[in-house]
Design a protein around this ligand. Sequence first.
Ligand code: SAM
Length: 321
Amino acid sequence: MPNEINYLRISITDRCNLRCFYCTPWGGWKKLPAPEILRYEELLRLAGVAARVGLRKIRVTGGEPLVRRGAVEFIRNLHQVPGIAEVCLTTNGVLLPELGPELYATGLRHLNLSLDSLRRERYHRLTGGDRLSQVLAGIEAALALGFHPVKLNCVVLKDLNDDELCEFALLTRDLPLQVRFIEFMPTVDQPRWQRHFLPMAEVRRRLQALGPMEPVARAATAGPARIFRLPGFQGELGFISSVSDHHCPTCNRLRLTAAGYLRPCLFAAAELDLKGPLRQGADDAALGRLFREAISLKNSGAKPGGRDFPLPGRPMVSIGG
Ligand code: SAM
């Protein structure tokens, strides 16, 4: 049976306050001129159209979504869009100590935070920002405020942070977090990817040192993570093998880029222009047809995999992770 496509990721900006090793192109990237980025009222209208074609879960991402002025207000308004059942945010957490309470007050509960090292200098090197203490304070604040679930996304990089796997997993002993290990995807540079890619099977093998893991059942709108728990631990561990075990059969998402293009698949070049029709006066029915077309294009191209994994054609910072 075809997978139900019920999840839309919206990138609200291609700006970011960090320069993560695996995300931003190493030579820099050309930022979108501000008028090319969808305005909040345009995004809210598209969210309404998306909900009517069955995309009921929305993740706000970027770039770093919290650097865009008005992001908190936008998230508040997104909760009011009829048909949207779940709103989530992916953030690097740098601005969370400051914005956490306001964000919580919007009704937002579901947070994904990116964190790739627990060591200050290494974090600085991997992200370009000496911000680990803010991020850790942000996680603490998020848990204290009552956000749930709080998921920590850790992109595993061979020889760069793979000696911290057990430390990350041990965070789930006393904290109700879901620590998710993510395979490094070749989004920017094939040689670096080949040098630093570590398959999830190897991550799991190394974590066996912590004892046997119990599988945890997944929700209907759950993504591609396989979830486990170490006995007696408060939190959970997630494993996302986007490269070694591609997710096409279970992928339930579309992506809307900051420039207003709808992407059926991260690793297929196809993009449908929504901004053009939207700004030329298309009605909701016409925009809904574009969403349906994007859904029909899912799973239609070549499957990613192996050493010839295709590049997505744009940096993640532009597409939205
Ligand atoms: N700035 C926010 C943040 O840092 O969470 C949101 C955007 S960032 C692009 C979202 C996620 O994209 C990160 O958590 C990271 O897991 C993922 N990501 C970006 N590039 C990646 C890559 N090459 N391989 C695996 N994951 C990647």
